[in-house]
Design a protein around this ligand. Structure first.
Ligand code: LRH
Length: 487
């Protein structure tokens, strides 16, 4: 039986990884060859991504992987959505990409005509959107008219191959892309943005190009390796690897963010959907990810950062065990309350949210962690139900993939809150989706089904059955009432 080796470069907002995958007929094995921190730079003009450092780590990872594996059939790159860098004539990078949490977009999204944009792009107004960020640059006069835009994974592919393209799943996070599969000329023109800013789209499964000669030489490779456009939005890669045999599930792709939704054949651009804040983003195999972006494990990592002493972070596993021993649903928070989406003393902000909304104020780390985990579980249940209701899709089970799948308390509470089984795992869904789209393709529904079958055959999952808890119904009602509680 033949086994082929592929390389996934998986770039997340807090860390990046380079992962080798050996893909056989019926199973896949993975090995992490490099892992590195992705630390933003707070520069005088705002919060940026350190793209040169990321590039250096990616090159080192490729070098190591090829040394380990001997031969790699292709490389795929995925990254978080919405953020971009600008590329000038001759392929020159025009500055460092901004971080979506940079303050320059504050208040800007609210000025946009959301109804018109939603009809065109299927994406509601959010401060982090590419459109909002571009408008901030346009107003500041820093948008170079000669520039073209590259999403983070596309920028890396450009640096490695010399070709700049816009991978569709990433482009669909921008609020400037029609989920039918092309840039929305109307949305671009309506905001006075230059059309040449937006490179030609290509899809999951297409080849971007081969490693350019300079990279092949620098890494001492014998021959160029192709770079394949995977479902380059990290969430799209994660959703591609959901180990489901057929339709009829809701998903939570849970890391820094949680993306909670269902897969649909066609975008849903109704007013009700817009009002509920659902996005229509593209997935592998032509699927539309109908989902809500929820601020998730970032709240916990910001708490850990606030509780660190002398560079030492408290142990999350221990804190979660302590939180599991606390009474549930005492205080709840809306994870997307504006202050909880911004950096800075997170435990104090959670406590302030509870005080302002007339709830008991959590004080100890265990109480605060319990409040956050209860709230995330209730949010996942709430939005999974909303996605099923608004799309008319059944959602018999909830697949929870990504790092959150390792959080037993969160998975158990999500099953209880949703009143449906949660199938947790794979935790490494993003890298797996990246590797498997390279191996099996990402254009058609059949290719996506083949990706999922391989993931199901290889991935470790844990099933959590919902427990009958009489407190759940009231907690869900309290949570729903909190949504949108003013900052
Ligand atoms: C998750 C994610 C999400 C959003 C956000 C910016 O990592 O990609 O889907 O696009 O980051």
């Amino acid at each position: 039986m033949s086994t082929d080796t592929y390389l996934a470069v998986d770039l997340g907002a807090t860390s990046g990884r380079v992962i080798l995958g050996r893909v056989g007929e019926r199973s896949v094995t993975t090995a992490t060859v490099a892992r590195f921190a992705n630390e933003p730079l707070a520069w005088p003009d705002g919060l940026h991504w350190n793209l040169p450092a990321i590039y250096r780590h990616v090159l080192d990872g490729i070098r190591r992987a090829v040394a380990d594996a001997g031969e790699v059939r292709s490389i795929g790159i995925d990254s978080w959505g919405v953020d971009y860098g600008l590329v000038g004539p001759g392929g020159r990078l025009l500055g460092l990409p901004y971080h979506y949490r940079d303050a320059r977009t504050r208040g800007l999204a609210a000025e946009l005509d959301e109804a018109a944009l939603y009809r065109r792009t299927g994406v509601p107004n959010q401060e982090i959107n590419t459109l909002t960020q571009l408008l901030a640059e346009q107003r500041a006069g820093t948008l170079d008219p000669s520039a073209r835009l590259g999403f983070v994974a596309d920028l890396l592919a450009h640096l490695l191959t010399g070709r700049l393209a816009a991978e569709r799943t990433l482009a669909s996070t921008s609020q400037l892309f029609d989920p039918a599969g092309h840039w929305s000329d109307e949305a671009i023109a309506a905001h006075g943005l230059p059309r040449r800013l937006f490179p030609d789209p290509l899809g999951p499964g297409d080849v971007v190009g081969e490693l350019r000669a300079g990279v092949v030489d620098e890494l001492g490779l014998g021959a160029p390796v192709p770079v394949t456009a995977v479902a380059a939005h990290d969430t799209a890669s994660a959703v591609a690897a959901i180990p489901a045999a057929g339709p009829g599930f809701a998903y939570v792709s849970c890391g820094t963010w949680a993306l909670v939704g269902v897969e649909v054949d066609r975008p849903i651009r109704t007013e009700a959907s817009r009002a509920a804040g659902f996005t229509n983003e593209l997935g592998a195999g032509g699927a539309v990810r109908y989902q809500k972006n929820v601020t998730a494990l970032w709240i916990l990592s910001e708490c850990l950062r606030a509780w660190s002493h002398g560079g030492e972070r408290p142990d999350l596993t221990e804190l979660l065990a302590a939180a599991a021993g606390q009474p549930g649903y005492v205080s709840l928070a809306d994870p997307d309350a504006p202050e909880l989406t911004r950096p800075g003393d997170m435990p104090a902000k959670v406590a302030r949210f509870c005080r302002r909304t007339g709830q008991p104020v959590p004080v100890t780390p265990a109480q605060i962690v319990r409040c956050v985990v209860d709230s995330l579980a209730l949010a996942f249940a709430h939005y999974a139900d909303e996605a099923a209701r608004l799309s008319g899709s059944p959602a018999g089970v909830v697949h929870l993939v990504g790092g959150g799948a390792n959080n037993t308390l969160l998975c158990r509470l999500t099953a209880d809150a949703a009143g449906r089984p949660v199938v947790a795992g794979p935790a490494e869904a993003t890298a797996l989706g990246n590797l498997l789209v390279q191996a099996r393709g990402g254009r058609t529904a059949d290719e996506l089904a083949a990706v999922r079958a391989l993931s199901a055959a290889s991935a470790r999952t844990v099933r959590y059955e919902p427990r009958a808890d009489p407190a759940v119904a009231a907690a869900r009602e309290r949570f729903a009432a909190l949504l949108g509680a003013a900052a």
